[in-house]
Ligand binder design. Structure first.
Ligand SMILES: [Zn+2]
Ligand SMILES: [Zn+2]
Length: 273
């Protein structure tokens, strides 16, 4: 495996995860990683659910800083955030990004119209295509409202296909190109990364999020910056299918992947195995 840094994972600081951060780090050390970056869920105004998607920042920083010290010299521990973007939140998001010294900030669309596509009710009574189009449209509109300085990478761009009634059976980049291209262009214009999230492979889609077609198109349009993350909520999922991700990126013409420390991106070469 030649991607040795996982840039998307969760621990008990996220409302939907019970894994202690130390367990994630132990696993990363066992895998021989150079580093990992915690990216906990901060989803203000998330639709009501059993999870509380708000981070206790004080406790998060104090615990993670301690762990960072404890593991210094063995592995780099990043303190990041996965921010659940919504059209009314860019200001709050920008403030948070200025206030805390995060290493990496992922912008992800999880909720729209006060619903999370994770739940089947989002798709009820509507064609799947309409739901997918809406997801991409809202993602674009919301990203346009976000201050580019307030995030580093766009998380699991086609998150919705994990949960649609037919998942990715009738889905491809080509089928939604008109909705997808503006998002990719916006990222490229603003020097933002696109995330390759291997969660889609773990969910059995046979593709990462976003799908291979979108990654290919991003590269065609001139996009070069990708972060790579497993979206692990348990230690076993860390670096899920990272060898595949490395190979795929090289095949598509990417020369490196990007990791972040203190919000500064650093390019790491993807060498042939
Ligand atoms: Zn997410
Ligand atoms: Zn996540």
């Amino acid at each position: 495996m030649n991607i040795r840094y996982d840039s998307h994972l969760h621990s008990g600081f996220s409302g939907d995860c019970d894994t202690p951060a130390a367990q994630m780090i132990e696993r990363a050390v066992a895998l021989g990683l150079d580093g990992l970056c915690f990216t906990e869920h901060e989803d203000p105004d998330a639709p009501p659910s059993d999870c509380d998607f708000s981070v206790d920042f004080h406790r998060y920083f104090s615990e993670l800083r301690q762990l960072r010290e404890q593991y210094r010299g063995r592995i780099r521990v990043g303190i990041g955030m996965e921010y659940g973007i919504q059209p009314h939140l860019p200001e709050a998001f920008a403030r948070l990004s200025r206030e805390y010294p995060f290493d990496l900030i992922i912008a992800s669309l999880h909720n729209l119209n006060n619903m999370d596509p994770y739940y089947p009710s989002y798709f009820e009574g509507r064609p799947e295509r309409e739901c997918y189009e809406e997801f991409f449209r809202v993602q674009y509109e919301t990203l346009k409202l976000c201050d580019p300085a307030s995030f580093d990478t766009l998380g699991h761009m086609d998150y919705i296909v994990r949960y649609g009634p037919n998942r990715n059976k009738y889905y491809s980049y080509e089928a939604y190109a008109g909705y997808i291209d503006p998002i990719l262009r916006l990222l490229i214009e603003n020097g933002k990364c696109l995330e390759l999230n291997t969660g889609g492979l773990k969910y059995g889609l046979g593709e990462p999020n976003p799908c291979v077609g979108i990654l290919r198109r991003y590269r065609e349009l001139g996009g070069e910056l990708v972060t790579v993350g497993s979206d692990a909520h348990e230690p076993e999922a860390l670096c899920y299918s990272f060898s595949y991700a490395a190979e795929l990126l090289q095949t598509l013409g990417f020369r490196y992947y990007t990791i972040f420390e203190q919000r500064n991106g650093r390019q790491i070469a993807l060498q042939a195995n």
